[in-house]
Design a protein around this ligand. Structure first.
Ligand SMILES: [Zn+2]
Length: 243
């Protein structure tokens, strides 16, 4: 299923690591999910673990040595190419953070029709859903994984009103909750318009006009990141990788 050398290496490394990591109930289950009831656009309702107060109470993924190992399985519904997109996006975390994804079990277990994220001592399942139409891009996978690691959208940061005007009159009816602030822990990182977690100016617009405007520069275009920003990476490192 993985034919690229790098991926094979990734798998072998993970299998080795897995032998000495305690069997965990935590697993990032990535599967194809077409229709979902969501809040904040793409966050499943029971998916609100964020760089917010719960991180201080132990909802973070656990660290083992210098790394945070997040077991994963990827649904067999994805094609090889689609799996490779997901794997490539996951590997970008290995390059820039202490997060390490590993196969939850030997490859046999990948022949599953569904995958779930089973979080910490467990209050149920959490899911990452990636529609095969429109979601299988590196930036989207990074974005969804950042949710799973505990991060909200940039525009709902606790301090966003200092940086963004939300134009409620332009928001499509029923989508207002996407702009409700969260009590986030911003980890001493600045508000970042280039964050992979930042939505675009016209997100959820009902009339083609902006729903968000940057306070410092009304003509600023944002929400166009194609990969994690330095701040996105810094936050993962601050939340999980600091000694
Ligand atoms: Zn999102």
């Amino acid at each position: 299923f993985v034919d690229v050398a790098l991926h094979l290496h990734f798998f072998q490394t993970c299998s080795t690591i897995y032998r000495w990591i305690r069997v965990s109930y935590i697993c990032l289950f990535i599967y194809c999910f077409a229709d979902t009831s969501v809040t904040h656009g793409d966050i499943l309702p029971n998916f609100k673990r964020n760089a917010d107060p719960c991180t201080a109470r132990g909802c973070k993924w656990p660290k083992s040595g210098n790394h945070v190992y997040v077991p994963i399985t990827i649904s067999s519904v994805y094609s090889r190419e689609e799996k490779n997109i997901i794997i490539r996006a996951l590997l970008t975390f290995h390059e820039s953070t202490c997060i390490r994804f590993m196969w939850r079990r030997p490859v046999i277990s990948l022949c599953m029709s569904q995958v779930f994220l089973l979080p910490g001592p467990s209050e149920g399942k959490q899911r990452i859903s990636l529609s095969r139409r429109g979601c299988l891009y590196e930036d989207t996978v990074q974005h969804e994984v950042l949710h799973a690691l505990g991060f909200h959208h940039e525009q709902v940061r606790s301090d966003r009103d200092k940086y963004v005007y939300v134009l409620t009159q332009n928001i499509r009816s029923g989508f207002e909750s996407n702009f409700e602030k969260e009590q986030t822990n911003n980890l001493r990182t600045p508000y970042d318009f280039d964050s992979i977690m930042q939505y675009s100016n016209k997100a959820f617009s009902k009339n083609g006009r902006p729903t968000m405007v940057a306070r410092d520069n009304p003509s600023r275009l944002f929400g166009r990141a194609k990969t994690m920003s330095q701040n996105d990476i810094a936050r993962v490192n601050a939340l999980y990788c600091c000694e």
